[in-house]
Ligand binder design. Structure first.
Ligand code: NAD
Length: 250
């Protein structure tokens, strides 16, 4: 059976675990070859091994998204190993829950560096390779925290809002080159970011306030990323795909 990403090569930042790993596994099942980049080298190598053991093509590369040379290297690895790059998923991110007054300048700068500058650098270095491939798709992982105020998480919210509009800016600039760029806005998704980073009481309240009544899974987000990565979304660029159990519909 034909895969939805047959012949495509994808680079996924933050691909060692969580949503990025789920995207890598799904992409390979749909016929893609993937490069997983992360700072968690042991986890990333393990995820790549699992994909290879299932018969898929995956390599892991150390990629700190705040480092321009790491991005150059990661794009180079995709092109050298698999011949081209068609898809970039800017998925790496860190969560800090502090509000404005508790956010030190150090926390602020770190969250901006990973969540915002990381997305910028990813696009900056992947776009020449996508152009070379005749076009492609970039998926930037924002959040519902990039759409509405949630209280606290000041730096995180600022970065996710920035990713939303940077996506639209880039989408308009590169549409003529057949490079589509969209953002995804997950609600609360059960990954280590949430199980380690959000208080259980707050998670319960969020579930109660979510029309579908539960947290989402990494696989449910990966399904949305797959759609945007594939040619099925060929008329979609600069758009926001909200996957939040209805939270922001209220
Ligand atoms: P996660 O913590 O499991 O995964 C994040 C990954 O990013 C990790 O593998 C981590 O090592 C990697 N990472 C962190 N800093 C990095 C850096 N400097 N360079 C490269 N990689 C780095 O959490 P997740 O839920 O899978 O998060 C994936 C994305 O989804 C993030 O951008 C997050 O902000 C976003 N998101 C998550 C939720 C949620 O509820 N889990 C909701 C909305 C958006």
């Amino acid at each position: 059976m034909a895969g939805r990403l047959d012949g495509k090569v994808a680079l996924i930042s933050g691909g060692a675990r969580g949503q990025g790993a789920a995207e890598g596994k799904l992409f390979v099942r749909e016929g893609a070859k993937v490069v997983l980049g992360d700072v968690l080298d042991a986890d990333g190598q393990q995820t790549a091994r699992e994909i290879q053991a299932a018969g898929g093509s995956a390599v892991y590369i150390h990629l700190d998204v705040t480092q321009e040379t790491d991005w150059q290297n990661a794009v180079g690895v995709a092109v050298r190993n698999f011949g081209r790059l068609n898809i970039l998923v800017n998925n790496a991110g860190i969560l800090r829950m502090e509000g404005i007054e508790d956010t030190t300048l150090e926390i602020w700068n770190r969250v901006i560096a990973v969540n915002q500058t990381g997305v910028f650098l990813g696009m900056r270095h992947a776009i020449p390779a996508l152009r070379q491939a005749g076009g492609g798709s970039i998926i930037n992982i924002s959040s519902i925290a990039g759409l509405i105020g949630v209280g606290g998480a000041a730096a995180y919210q600022a970065t996710k809002g920035a990713v939303r509009i940077l996506t639209k800016s880039a989408a308009v600039q590169y549409a003529k080159e057949n490079i589509r760029i969209n953002s995804i806005h997950p609600g609360v998704i059960t990954t280590l970011m949430v199980t380690q980073g959000i208080d259980p009481e707050a998670r319960k309240l969020f579930e109660q306030a979510t029309p579908l009544g539960r947290e989402g899974s990494a696989e449910e987000i990966a399904n949305g990323v797959l759609f945007l990565a594939s040619d099925e979304s060929s008329y979609m660029t600069g758009a926001e795909l909200v996957l939040d159990g209805g939270y922001t519909a209220q």
